[in-house]
Design a protein around this ligand. Sequence first.
Ligand SMILES: NC(=O)c1ccc[n+]([C@@H]2O[C@H](COP(=O)([O-])OP(=O)(O)OC[C@H]3O[C@@H](n4cnc5c(N)ncnc54)[C@H](OP(=O)(O)O)[C@@H]3O)[C@@H](O)[C@H]2O)c1
Length: 376
Amino acid sequence: MLINLAIPQAHDAVVTVAPRAPLEIHSYPTVPPKQDQVLIHVLYTSSSPLELHQADGGLLVDHPYRMGSSYAGVVVQVGPPSSPSPHSLSVGDKVFGFAFRTPEEKCHQTYITTDWYCVSKLPEGMKMEEAVSVSCNLITAFHALTADLKLDLPWPVKEGQEVRDGDAPILVWGAGGSVGNYALQVLKHWGYRNVVAVAKAKHHDFLKELGAKVCFDYSQSDVVEKILEYVGTGKTPRIPYILDCIGSQEGTLRPITKIAERGTKVAIMLPVIVTHASQEVAPTYEMDVSKVLPEEWKEGVELKGTRTHFYMDNEFFKYHLQPEIVPTVLKQGLIKPNKLKIVEGKTLRDRAEKALALLRNQAVSGEKLVWRIADE
Ligand SMILES: NC(=O)c1ccc[n+]([C@@H]2O[C@H](COP(=O)([O-])OP(=O)(O)OC[C@H]3O[C@@H](n4cnc5c(N)ncnc54)[C@H](OP(=O)(O)O)[C@@H]3O)[C@@H](O)[C@H]2O)c1
């Protein structure tokens, strides 16, 4: 692989300039790293539905807005370290991560400047293409399971450790997607044994390998009845934990309202998609879960909207997830990257637009969209 260590004064970024307008490439100054920061030459990224929500729906965006939050690349400059240095990053290190807080660390651009704790070192033998499928949604799984469902994920995991509620049913709806794949693997590694996964039947064998005890197909009209039959009538709530990995008003929330009961904690990926984007139709979203199907929920159901952008509120996760936990679980083979779909295109803009079109056309099923950022 060719590594470009010459640092340009300015570099290209993919930008949304207005809802549903074609993406543009704008040039921005390259920002030298301050104390405990690094400058990274970005080689690969992945696309997630958030980019569609931003590009077509203008969700939480001030235009013009730089896109992207998953990167893999090479460290080209290291800022002055505080003493003692909190990190061991050096020029030439291959790295990857989830960075989203400032325009200069958004990842659909060829150079990003970010803090050391938003950086993971690439494990030996892992490709950058695989790594860009991981950080954002693996961190989403950690955040949603702990902050929203209040499950314990102690670190490091000790041999023979027992977690509270290790045998309680945990429903993961949308397990076939990227967030769902990581949620199953995290639950399995941390010792949750009764994970009920919902996804198309074609994924079921794979999802059992990732940690599902049993799988149901959401395209079957009696999926809710089948799930309730499986969990039986022993305890209430019958399913104490539900993770909605999709957050679609009609596709996921409506059936989940028929399952959740008093005491069930439900974590829902935000935004709730009220109308999906299409070529003809602008999407609509809701960020307040209490406003979605308010008449349908049983009293006493605890609804939480998941927002991974707040994962750093947990100080331990802020400083340990990306530098330590994510690369360790990958290196040890405990968490496997998503299956990939490489999006080809002649230019940066072509690749970004192609990935967006696949998301808009709902053509993504059990694969992460991965593409090159730097042309060289
Ligand atoms: N707020 C946050 O912190 C946060 C963080 C991460 C993601 N999200 C959001 O969460 C959503 C999912 O993200 P992702 O990256 O996992 O997306 P993804 O991998 O692109 O999702 C695609 C998957 O969605 C599944 N799906 C679609 N409709 C479904 C339904 N009705 N029931 C079950 N599964 C369904 C499909 O499963 P099949 O293949 O089985 O059909 C497909 O594999 C996005 O809207 C994203 O923006 C939010």
